[in-house]
Ligand binder design. Structure first.
Ligand code: NAP
Ligand code: ZN
Length: 353
């Protein structure tokens, strides 16, 4: 397999900061496109993985799965894209494309295992996959998304993970007019959850631990906002919600939120904290409630989400950073101190050489 070298930012160990390093990319095979990365969002999963909080990280690790860039070359058999197209890559770069789930457009649940954009065994090179904190990436055209022309490319990058991870469960649990929906944790995912649930026509209730986000959640589209530390405010929503999307990255009491569901209501976790979240039997059985989970979304659904966001003019609220500020950004992410997604301007990596 012929290869090229590109500059990237990654880490060699769980306790080490991210630094500039050199990684290999394959040269295009017939169905590949080569993308010059313009912007990459910073997802909390990048931090969990870089620091081995999910216990499966292979080093060196180059995170980044909210990628927007321009195609600079295409393989001989590429039919969906051409040089110059502005495209996106999310959390998946490959899957078997044959199993039942892949055929149904649920590549994220591919039976032999999907290839994630970073920290998955690379099918072409004898390394792990390396993500979007890098100059360029080479991806099978079937895992590349079209970016709606009218959306700002930098603010669109977070849709590739935060957008689809919230859109998919909101669709799956039939959120729409007449439904009261809670969004818990107003970070990168949560703020997209508010915007998307609102655009789907639901009545949206945002739950935050941050007093400073209280007013802003309404600007993002929430009909009501609850300071989750305030027992009185929480009590007002007992048994009121049809669905709750929980996008919290750390430990919290899930039972408090289950009590807010109506009979037959569901709470879906998308947040992936390091440690288990205990659930009391009586939080569920007293209202035939469901405690569920959801992971990103398939490729067709990701395109559907991008088109939906194009129609509704939805992008992320972003703070642009140079890649040299990534370690500082991780510390701020841990404190909930970002409005609402960091996006790396990849020019900063290219100009550092
Ligand atoms: P983020 O921007 O850091 O947002 C997380 C939010 O959770 C914070 O803004 C904060 O919201 C709340 N929070 C943080 N610590 C808390 C605590 N101790 N108690 C209560 N609330 C707390 O992270 P993100 O990028 O949105 O990701 C959120 C989670 O989803 C992460 O665990 C990430 O790995 C996971 N994720 C899952 C998928 C999937 O496919 N399922 C995809 C992407 C990400 P408030 O300030 O409003 O309280
Ligand atoms: Zn993510």
């Amino acid at each position: 397999m012929s290869e090229t070298q590109v500059q990237a930012y990654g880490t060699e160990a769980a306790q080490a900061p991210l630094n500039q390093l050199t990684i290999k990319r394959r040269k295009n095979t017939p169905h590949d496109v080569e993308i010059d990365i313009l912007f990459c969002g910073v997802c909390h999963s990048d931090l969990h993985t870089a620091r081995n909080e999910w216990h499966g990280t292979v080093y060196p690790c180059v995170p980044g799965h909210e990628i927007v860039g321009k195609i600079i070359s295409v393989g001989d058999h590429v039919s969906k894209f051409k040089v110059g197209d502005t495209v996106g890559v999310g959390c998946l770069v490959d899957s078997c494309q044959e199993c039942q789930y892949c055929r149904e457009g649920l590549e994220q649940f591919c039976e032999p295992g999907a290839t994630q954009t970073y920290n998955s065994p690379d099918k072409h090179l004898q390394t792990q996959t390396y993500g979007g904190y890098s100059e360029r990436i080479v991806v099978d055209e079937n895992f590349v998304l079209r970016i709606p022309e009218k959306l700002d490319p930098a603010a669109t990058a977070p849709l590739l993970c935060a957008g689809i991870t919230t859109y998919s469960p909101l669709r799956h649990w039939n959120v729409g007019p007449g439904k009261k929906v809670g969004i818990v944790g107003i970070g990168g995912l949560g703020h997209m959850g508010i915007k998307i649930a609102k655009a789907m026509g639901a009545h949206v209730v945002a739950f935050t631990t941050s007093e400073s986000k209280f007013a802003e959640a309404k600007r993002l589209g929430a009909d009501e906002v609850v300071l989750s530390k305030d027992a009185g405010q929480m009590a007002a929503f007992q048994g009121k919600l049809h669905f709750i999307l929980d996008a919290v990255s750390a430990q919290h009491d899930i039972n408090e939120y289950l009590s807010l569901l109506r009979v037959d209501g569901s709470l879906a976790l998308v947040g992936a904290p390091e440690f288990p979240l205990p659930v009391a039997a009586f939080s569920l059985i007293g209202g035939r409630k469901s405690f569920a989970g959801s992971m990103i979304g398939g490729i067709a659904e990701t395109q559907e989400m991008l088109d939906f966001c194009g129609e509704h003019n939805i992008v992320a609220d972003i703070e642009m950073i140079d890649i040299q500020k990534i370690n500082e950004a991780y510390e701020r992410l841990l404190k909930g101190d970002v409005r609402y997604r960091f996006v790396i301007d990849m020019k900063s990596l290219k100009s550092s050489q």
